[in-house]
Design a protein around this ligand. Structure first.
Ligand code: CO
Ligand code: CO
Ligand code: CO
Length: 327
């Protein structure tokens, strides 16, 4: 199932309730839903879970939790509580499940949130994730929309987790060799979110299953706004380029490419590996932030040493193809 299928399914649902307290709901494709309690407080709701992408259960728990918490940060919110969502084969041994949950709990605590409960289903393939509630001031919500021509596009984590996870599954590398990507996937997007808010970001989303292109498209409304990115500026996890060159391309990347490529104009000078990275599905990816030019300095100062971030492109006015990729 690709992004366009998902859009079709969403269109089959009745329209979101037109209520004034639903600030971000079913009718807009965003990272999380936002429900206004009063003039000072809105609740941010999100849910995410998936199958293991690394072998170490504790690391998998950390990655899945960081990934679920990320949608709260992408909206400019602060996580307050979380619930576990677990599918697990009883035959696998409960100590593995305990390690997964411990990894998740470590990240929930690091985020300053509290684990309130959860639900477990006996299933053939393990799956883990969280439903997270956050809070945000109604005036400080960052949505996917709002970028303006002249804004810089910033990405706060490297690309290539789909490629590396595929290589790990195929035993072409081990977890030690993908330590950089594991560090990135377990890192919370909290500092990036705070820096984006402090810098007056116009829009924000996080990069997950639909890859850089799929999530960047969510920042581009139907007409008038385009984004030019430079492949040479892409931050890439160690080993991902080598593994992509060996053909370790996840099925999700092919699906993303098939569904999204008509909305992207890739210059002939862009290498095949960079084309793969455009569509590589990310797990616990970085924030994509539209920063006004005068906000870049403040963003840099706020980020300090809190992880890498890279300016990878710029928003422009254009009636044409919405994403242009230059070498
Ligand atoms: Co998201
Ligand atoms: Co999500
Ligand atoms: Co957002």
């Amino acid at each position: 199932m690709g992004p366009e299928d998902l859009e079709k399914v969403l269109r089959l649902l009745p329209p979101g309730d037109a209520r004034q307290d639903v600030l971000v709901g079913l009718d807009t494709p965003d990272d999380a839903a936002v429900f206004m309690l009063d003039g000072e407080t809105a609740l941010v709701h999100t849910l995410d879970f998936f199958t293991p992408i690394v072998d170490d259960p504790y690391l998998f728990g950390q990655i899945a939790a960081a990934n679920a918490l990320s949608d709260i940060y992408a909206m400019g919110g602060t996580p307050i509580s979380a619930m576990n969502i677990v599918c697990f084969p009883c035959s696998l041994g409960m100590d593995i499940l305990v390690r997964i949950l411990e990894g998740g709990l470590a990240k929930i605590r690091e985020a300053g949130a509290v684990l309130l409960g959860g639900h477990t289903v006996d299933d053939e393939e393990p799956k883990y994730g969280l439903a997270v509630t956050g809070k945000v001031h109604p005036d400080r919500i960052m949505t996917s929309l709002g970028a303006e021509p002249g804004d810089h596009l910033v990405l706060t984590k490297s690309l290539g987790t789909g490629i590396l996870a595929t290589a790990l599954k195929g035993d072409f590398l081990n977890e030690t060799e993908m330590a950089g990507a594991i560090e990135g996937m377990t890192r919370l997007n909290v500092a990036a979110s705070a820096a984006a808010l402090a810098a007056g970001a116009h829009a924000c989303t996080d990069v997950t299953g639909f890859g850089l292109v799929g999530h960047l498209l969510n920042m581009l409304p139907q007409g008038g706004l385009a984004c030019e990115v430079s492949a040479s500026l892409f931050p890439v996890y160690e080993g991902a380029r080598e593994m992509a060159a060996m053909g370790m391309i996840p099925a999700g990347a092919h699906r993303n490419r098939e569904f999204l490529s008509t909305r992207v104009e890739v210059s002939p000078g862009v290498e095949e590996i960079d084309r793969d990275l455009l569509f590589d599905p990310q797990t616990s990816g970085g924030l994509l932030i539209a920063l006004p030019p005068q906000g870049v300095e403040a963003f840099a100062q706020q980020m300090g040493g809190a992880g890498s971030w890279t300016r990878i492109g710029e928003f422009t006015q254009s009636p044409g193809p919405v994403i242009r990729v230059n070498p």
